[in-house]
Design a binder for this molecule. Structure first.
Ligand SMILES: [Ca+2]
Ligand SMILES: [Ca+2]
Ligand SMILES: [Ca+2]
Length: 174
């Protein structure tokens, strides 16, 4: 399954420094529902792993400042805006196949659709994750949001793969 390592790489870029991708135990030709279940489990596990990265002090809160700091690292020319080029270059640094995912993620985070990610977008994106609107993103909000997002990305990538590479399902005969 080529999808899985690529998606892992995607996540490692998104969290900037995640270094230990999980390897799924894959049995021969899993069914669609098995894939969905595995993707769901892995998405949840990855979201939990991301949480430990963004809350290293175990305060129980992913602050807006922490989020802004992550984006500062994407702003390679330090002009306070993350352009699509800056974003996709860093996001897909070693894997050109991640470009389309980077573009999709950029479009998601550029909440006011003006072609750059900056403070207003980071605020709006943060507010999107803060589902109970108390001004803080806690562990449950974070994990729920990113598990859903990661799962959607996996599925999108899977569909993209299937549309370009038809899967042949062959089992033992007899
Ligand atoms: Ca910039
Ligand atoms: Ca924007
Ligand atoms: Ca909240």
């Amino acid at each position: 399954m080529k999808m899985l390592p690529a998606a892992m790489t995607l996540l490692s870029y998104f969290t900037l420094s995640m270094t230990q991708p999980t390897v799924l135990p894959m049995t021969a030709t899993p069914s669609a529902s098995e894939i969905v279940a595995q993707v769901r489990n892995m998405s949840m596990a990855q979201a939990v792993a991301m949480w430990t990265r963004v809350d290293p002090d175990n305060e129980g809160i992913f602050s807006e400042q922490t989020m802004a700091k992550l984006f500062e690292e994407y702003d390679s020319n330090n002009d306070s805006h993350v352009s699509q080029e800056e974003f996709t270059q860093r996001f897909g640094a070693n894997e050109p196949e991640l470009n389309s995912l980077g573009v999709a993620l950029f479009a998601l985070i550029d909440m006011n659709h003006d072609g750059v990610i900056n403070t207003p977008d980071i605020r709006a994106f943060y507010a999107t994750i803060d589902t109970n609107t108390d001004g803080h993103v806690d562990r449950q909000e974070f994990v729920t949001y990113f598990a859903d997002l990661i799962m959607a990305m996996f599925i999108a990538q899977l569909q993209q793969m299937q549309s370009t590479t038809p899967t042949s399902v062959t089992g033992p005969v007899g």
